[in-house]
Design a binder for this molecule. Structure first.
Ligand code: HEM
Length: 442
C-alpha cells in the first residue's frame, strides 16, 4: 500500500458477503477463527498504534486497558455533558428564535457530537461560545485543532508530506495534527503531576488504568495517544451521522415523533432537566435510535478474514442446510445493511417503526450496528447515552420538520424520503443534504 491509499482491499482470491444473521453471529463470536484483517485499516496507525488497527496479543492488551474507561462513571458524564451541550445550543446559539432552519443538518450534529466527545472523551470542555484562546507554546487553540482533526483526519493520511502545505485546508490539518499531539502530551504530563482529582472522561480513566499497569504491561505515551485519537475517529462522525439520520427520520414521520414526545413527557415531568437515572425509562428514545441504526447503520459493514480452512452453514426458509467451504485467507464482509433489511428477521424491513424494539423478543441476533462479540464497539453505551440525552432534550423543546422548498412542493412522500435520506459517499453512511427545521413547542 502506498501513502496515498486508504482502506484498500487487499488482492483476494475468495470473498464472501454475509447477510445471514446466524453466520454473522458465528463469525463475530469466533475471534481467532475469523480475526479482523487489520491491513484494511493500516493507514490509521499513522495516529499511533491503537485498538482498531491491532489483533492478537496487542489488541487484547489495548482492549484490557481501554475497556474500563467505558464505565458507568463515563456514561454519566456523557449524559451530563450532552445536556450542557444542548442547553448551550438553545441558550447561546438558537436563543429566542421560534424556528431555526438548517440547509444541511450535519452542520448541527457534527458540532454536537464533537463537543460531547471533547468533554466526555477528552476531558476538555469546548462549547458553542468558548473563546479560542491560544496558550503559550501553541499556534492553535485546542478547540480549533480538535475540530479540524476530527473533520479532516483523513487529509494527513491521503496527502504525501510534501503536499500538505498546498492548500489552506491541508496546511491547517497538518498544523492541527502537530498541535493536538502537543496538547495530548501536555495533558498526560499534567495529569501525572497534578493532585489527584476525580475525572471521568475516557482519556483520564485510560491514564488511571494505565498507571495501575506499570511495567511491561503499560501503554507507552505514544500508544495512549494513538488510542485516544482512535476514540475520536471512531466516536465523532459515527455519532453525528447517527443523530442526523434519527432527526431526519423523525421529521419524515411526525406520528413517531409525537409518540416520542409523549413518552418523554411522561417520564420527564414539568420540563425538568433529564438525568442519567432517567435513561432506563426513556425506552422510546432508545427504540428510535435503534430503528434509525437498523435502517441506516452508519458503519454499514465490517471485515473479517478466515484464519483456517473451515466451513459456514446456512439454512433456507424450508430449514434445509447448505454448507459453504471457506478456505483459509477468505475475506468476509458482514453486511450490516443487508442483515438489517432482511425480511427474514425484520417484518416490513423498509418501514420506520421504532416500536419493534419495544417488543420483548426483537431479533437481537440480527442487529449489528455496533458489530458483536469480543470486537464489538467499545463506545456503544457512550453513543447510546449521547443519542438518548440529545434526543430527549431536543424533543422536549422543539419539533423537527423537513424544510419546505418551493421546487419540491409537489413531491410524493416516497420522493421526499428518497431526497432527504439520499446517501453521500464517505467512510460511514451519511445523507448528502438534510434540510431540517426546528420549531419551538411553546
Ligand atoms: C452510533 C455510533 C457508533 C457506531 C454505529 C459504531 C460502530 C462500530 C462498529 C461497527 C465497530 C466494529 C468495526 C470493525 O470491526 O471494523 C466499532 C468499533 C469500535 N468503536 Fe464504535 N461505533 C459508534 C460510536 C463509538 C464511540 C462514541 C466510540 C468511542 C468514544 C467508539 C469506539 C469504538 C472502538 C474503540 C472500536 C474498536 C473496538 C475493538 O476493535 O476492540 N465507537 N464501532
Amino acid at each position: 500500500m502506498n501513502d496515498n491509499q486508504i482502506f484498500m482491499l487487499p488482492k483476494v482470491s475468495t470473498f464472501i458477503s454475509v447477510a445471514d444473521a446466524a453466520i454473522a453471529k458465528e463469525i463475530t463470536t469466533s475471534r481467532t477463527r475469523f480475526p479482523k484483517p487489520i491491513e484494511f485499516y493500516e493507514s490509521l496507525i499513522f495516529y499511533g498504534q491503537n485498538i482498531v488497527v491491532s489483533e492478537g496479543e496487542q489488541w487484547k492488551k489495548y482492549r484490557r486497558i481501554s475497556a474500563p474507561a467505558f464505565s458507568e462513571r463515563n456514561n454519566k458524564l456523557v449524559w451530563d455533558e450532552s445536556m450542557k451541550v444542548m442547553d448551550g445550543l438553545f441558550n447561546d446559539v438558537w436563543k429566542d428564535q421560534h424556528t431555526i432552519t438548517y440547509d444541511h443538518c450535519l452542520d448541527l450534529t457534527l458540532p454536537i457530537a464533537l463537543f460531547i466527545i471533547g468533554s466526555a472523551g477528552f476531558g476538555r470542555t469546548i462549547s458553542w461560545v468558548e473563546d479560542d484562546a491560544i496558550p503559550p507554546g501553541h499556534q492553535m487553540s485546542f478547540k480549533e485543532a480538535f475540530s479540524i482533526i476530527s473533520k479532516d483526519f483523513l487529509i494527513p493520511l491521503i496527502l504525501p508530506k510534501w503536499a500538505m502545505g498546498i492548500t489552506k485546508r491541508s496546511a491547517a490539518a497538518g498544523q492541527a495534527l502537530i498541535e493536538l499531539r502537543k496538547y495530548m502530551f501536555e495533558m498526560i504530563q499534567q495529569r501525572r503531576t497534578s493532585d489527584k482529582v476525580e475525572r471521568n472522561d475516557l482519556f483520564s480513566i485510560l491514564l488511571e488504568e494505565n498507571s495501575e499497569n506499570m511495567g511491561t504491561a503499560a501503554l507507552t505515551d505514544d500508544e495512549l495517544i494513538g488510542n485516544v485519537f482512535i476514540f475520536i475517529v471512531a466516536g465523532h462522525e459515527t455519532a453525528a451521522h447517527a443523530l442526523l439520520f434519527t432527526f431526519a427520520l423523525l421529521a419524515l414521520h411526525p406520528d413517531e415523533q409525537e409518540k416520542l414526545y409523549e413518552q418523554t413527557k411522561s417520564v420527564i415531568k414539568d420540563g425538568r432537566t433529564p438525568t442519567y437515572q432517567d435513561m432506563n425509562s426513556l425506552t422510546y428514545a432508545l427504540a428510535v435510535l435503534n430503528e434509525s441504526l437498523r435502517l441506516f447503520p452508519v458503519v454499514s459493514s465490517f471485515p473479517k478474514v478466515s484464519a483456517e480452512d473451515t466451513t459456514l452453514t446456512t439454512f433456507n426458509l424450508d430449514g434445509e442446510s447448505k454448507t459453504i467451504p471457506v478456505p483459509k485467507g477468505t475475506y468476509i464482509t458482514v453486511s450490516t445493511v443487508a442483515i438489517h433489511r432482511n425480511p427474514r428477521y425484520w417484518p416490513e424491513p423498509k418501514t420506520f417503526r421504532p416500536e419493534r424494539f419495544l417488543e420483548p423478543d426483537w431479533p437481537r441476533d440480527a442487529f449489528y450496528p455496533f458489530a458483536a462479540g469480543p470486537r464489538a464497539c467499545l463506545g456503544r453505551k457512550f453513543a447510546e447515552t449521547e443519542a438518548v440525552a440529545v434526543l430527549t432534550r431536543l424533543i422536549m423543546k422543539y419539533k423537527i420538520t423537513v424544510k419546505e422548498e418551493p421546487q419540491f412542493a409537489h413531491e410524493t412522500f416516497e420522493e421526499r424520503k428518497a431526497r432527504v435520506l439520499a446517501l453521500d459517499q464517505g467512510l460511514t453512511l451519511v445523507p448528502s443534504r438534510t434540510p431540517l427545521v426546528f420549531t419551538r413547542r411553546e
